[in-house]
Design a protein around this ligand. Sequence first.
Ligand SMILES: Nc1nc2c(ncn2[C@@H]2O[C@H](COP(=O)(O)OP(=O)(O)OP(=O)(O)O)[C@@H](O)[C@H]2O)c(=O)[nH]1
Ligand SMILES: [Zn+2]
Length: 220
Amino acid sequence: MELYEYDEICPSAESEVIPLHARSATRGIEDAVRILIAATGDDPTREGLADTPARVAKAYREWFAGYAIDPARLLATQFSEAAGYDETVLLTGIPVVSTCEHHLAPIIGQAHVAYRPDGRVVGISKLSRLVDAFARRLQLQERLTNQIAEALDEALQPRGVAVVVEAAHGCMATRGVRQHGLTMVTKCWLGDFKEDAALRAELMASLPCRGGSGGFFGNR
Ligand SMILES: Nc1nc2c(ncn2[C@@H]2O[C@H](COP(=O)(O)OP(=O)(O)OP(=O)(O)O)[C@@H](O)[C@H]2O)c(=O)[nH]1
Ligand SMILES: [Zn+2]
């Protein structure tokens, strides 16, 4: 295996310490990607890989855009015109694109978000934005599930919140146990949903759950 000099693949490494959350982190990411490419045994300077560090830096801005989003601001616009509606509001099949904090591998799945309003509702698109704001961070699926539920509960103070996330973990599909087609299902129940088993059952019956039917990294 060919070895590469550190400052050949990582020219800016010693010039400054770059906070990773900042926009200026781009160069630091690019240097890190060159190191990772070299670690695979490939040549980070060959033509096909020359633009890869910049592409990965751009991808990182997209994958981790959630850190810059304030969930409370997302949910700040609320409507009271629907005050007479006090049944469950449910949005199913919200795409989840996240990254596991243990292996930096993708977590791909869907979230189903429900709440029982108490006089106020939010624009339905905000539920999708809320899921995305927490998904586009380094995550554990359990924490992602709880964060979505708690942010909605805090902002809207509804009578209940339910969040179900079903996702496949790239770190299980592509390495380690190397089992694809598995789906992890996590749930968070707050308020009415925590107290009322019939409500939980009704909600679960309304979900187009894919759990156990193949997952997002293909069938076994
Ligand atoms: N509970 C939970 N576990 C996760 C999540 N994402 C990844 N993991 C697991 O995190 C664990 C990390 O375990 P470690 O033993 O520290 O790491 P590892 O040696 O790479 O583990 P293996 O994946 O079993 O090879 C693994 O079991 C992963 O499957 C998640 O969102 N929630
Ligand atoms: Zn993982």
